[in-house]
Design a protein around this ligand. Structure first.
Ligand code: GDP
Ligand code: MN
Length: 389
C-alpha cells in the first residue's frame, strides 16, 4: 500500500526524522490559510499524487508570495498531472501539501527496502539527489552505495560513517547522518514498510540534514497490525478494477494490453502473460483467481475483465487441481449471462473434471472457442483479437 508524501512525512516525524514544516490542503482556501499559518519567506506548493517526478511536470512550485500560493493551488487542484511515473493518462490532483521552503545546499538520494537477496533491510545511498536512481544505476553505478542491516545488531556506528563518507559529510553533518539512519531504520521496522525513498535528502544552507521528499510503501500482509496506516489509504489513487477485485480476494493487477486473462495460480498466470506477448499481443491484466475459487469469485473476475474498455479478447486458462473445471465453466456462463460477451473468448481447461467443464461450455450455446493447450490458446486469442482490429 502506498501513501502520499505529506502522510509519509507525518509518519517519519513520529520517529524524530527531520522534515520541513508543512500543512495538507484540499482546497485553494485551505492552501492560502496553510501558507499564512506557515508564514515562511519561501513556500512550496506540492501536488500530492501517488507518483514521483512531480517537480519536472510542474507539480512542485517554490513561490514567495501568498498570491502565488493561491495561483499555483488554483492551477494544480483538479488538474491532471502527467509525470514519467504516472503513465500517459496521468493522475488528477485532489490534495496539496503546503510546505515551508528550504534553502538547499546539496541534494542526495537515500532509500531503504526489503532486500530478498540478503533477507535484510538494505539502504541505498547516493550523492546524485533529485535524479532518478534508475538512471544513476545505469549510467554511473559507482555513485551508488548500498549496505544491509543485520537484524541481530541493528544500525551500527559504521553504517553512519559509511553514509557520511559516501555523501561527503563531516563533523556535525556526519553525526546527523548517523542519527538519521537509525531513525529511518526504526520507522521502517516499526511500520512494516516495504520501501522508503527520500529523494532528495538535503543539506540546507544552515547546515541541517532534512528529508525534502518522502515516498513510502507498506507491506500489505502486515497492514492488519497498523490500523493507523490503513486509515491513510486514498482509494482515489488506486485502480477501480483493483479495488473491486480486492473485495473478492482476487489477485488482480490492471495492465495496459488488450487481452484479459483469467488464470488460476500465479505461475500459470505469468506464463500466460508471457505467451500472449510471445504471439504479439499484450495482457490487459494479471489475474490469479486462486486455488479454491467459488462460482461467485469467477463471476466477479469475469465482470471486472469485461468492464475494462481496453479488453478486446479474453483468455481463460485453468489448470484444475484443487480448482474444478466445472466450477470455472459454471462461473463463466453465469457471468456471460449477466454481462454478455462483447469480445472473443478462448477457454483452455485442463485437470479435475475437465470433461464436465468442457461439456458445460459446449452445451451453453455460447460463442466460446476452446483450446487444447497453452500454445494453442494463446495463438487463438491473439488471432481473434487481431482479426477484430
Ligand atoms: P518529485 O519531483 O515528485 O520527486 O518531488 P520532490 O518533492 O522531490 O521535489 C522536486 C524538486 O523540487 C526537488 O528535487 C527540489 O529540487 C525542489 N524542491 C522541493 N522543495 C524545495 C524547497 O523547499 N526549496 C527548494 N529550493 N527546492 C525545492
Ligand atoms: Mn522526489
Amino acid at each position: 500500500m502506498n501513501i502520499h508524501e505529506y502522510q509519509a512525512k507525518a509518519v517519519l516525524r513520529e520517529f524524530g526524522v527531520p522534515t520541513p514544516r508543512g500543512i495538507a490542503a484540499f482546497s485553494v482556501e485551505e492552501a492560502v490559510k496553510a501558507a499564512n499559518e506557515l508564514a515562511s519567506a519561501v513556500t512550496v506548493v506540492k501536488a500530492q499524487i501517488h507518483a514521483g517526478g512531480r517537480g519536472k511536470a510542474g507539480g512542485v512550485k517554490v513561490v514567495k508570495t501568498i498570491e502565488d500560493v493561491e495561483k499555483e493551488a488554483k492551477r494544480l487542484l483538479g488538474s491532471i498531472l502527467v509525470t514519467h511515473q504516472t503513465g500517459p493518462r496521468g493522475k488528477e490532483v485532489h490534495r496539496l501539501y503546503i510546505e515551508e521552503g528550504s534553502a538547499i545546499d546539496k541534494e542526495f538520494y537515500l532509500s531503504a527496502l526489503v532486500d530478498r537477496g540478503t533477507g535484510r533491510v538494505s539502504f541505498v545511498v547516493s550523492t546524485e539527489g533529485g535524479m532518478d536512481i534508475e538512471h544513476v544505476a545505469a549510467e554511473t553505478p559507482e555513485k551508488i552505495v548500498s549496505f544491509s542491516i543485520d537484524p541481530a545488531t541493528g544500525v551500527m556506528p559504521h553504517h553512519g560513517r559509511l553514509v557520511a563518507r559516501t555523501l561527503g559529510l563531516k563533523g556535525d553533518l556526519a553525526k546527523q547522518a548517523d542519527v538519521l539512519i537509525g531513525k529511518l531504520h526504526e520507522a521502517f521496522l516499526a511500520k512494516d514498510m516495504s520501501m522508503l525513498e527520500i529523494n532528495p535528502l538535503v543539506v540546507t544552507k544552515d547546515g541541517k540534514l532534512i528529508c525534502l521528499d518522502a515516498k513510502v510503501s507498506f507491506d500489505s500482509n502486515a497492514l492488519y497490525r497498523h490500523p493507523d496506516i490503513v486509515a491513510l489509504r486514498d482509494l482515489t489513487e488506486e485502480d477501480e478494477k483493483e479495488i473491486e477485485a480486492s473485495k473478492y480476494d482476487l489477485n488482480y493487477i490492471a495492465l495496459d494490453g488488450t487481452i484479459g486473462c483469467m488464470v488460476n495460480g500465479a505461475g500459470l498466470a505469468m506464463a500466460t502473460m508471457d505467451i500472449i506477448k510471445l504471439y504479439g499481443e499484450s495482457p490487459a491484466n494479471f489475474l490469479d483467481v486462486g486455488g479454491g475459487a467459488s462460482k461467485d469469485k469467477v463471476t466477479a473476475a469475469f465482470k471486472i475483465i469485461t468492464a475494462d474498455p481496453n479488453v478486446k479478447g479474453i483468455l481463460i486458462n485453468i489448470f484444475g487441481g484443487i480448482m474444478r473445471c466445472d466450477v470455472i465453466a459454471e462461473g463463466v456462463i453465469a457471468a456471460v449471462k449477466e454481462v454478455g460477451l462483447p469480445v472473443p473468448l478462448v477457454v483452455r481447461l485442463e485437470g479435475t473434471n475437465v470433461e464436465l467443464g468442457k461439456k458445460i461450455i459446449a452445451e451453453s450455446g455460447l460463442n466460446v472457442v476452446s483450446a487444447d493447450d497453452l500454445d494453442d490458446a494463446a495463438q487463438k486469442i491473439v488471432k481473434a483479437v487481431k482479426g477484430a482490429a
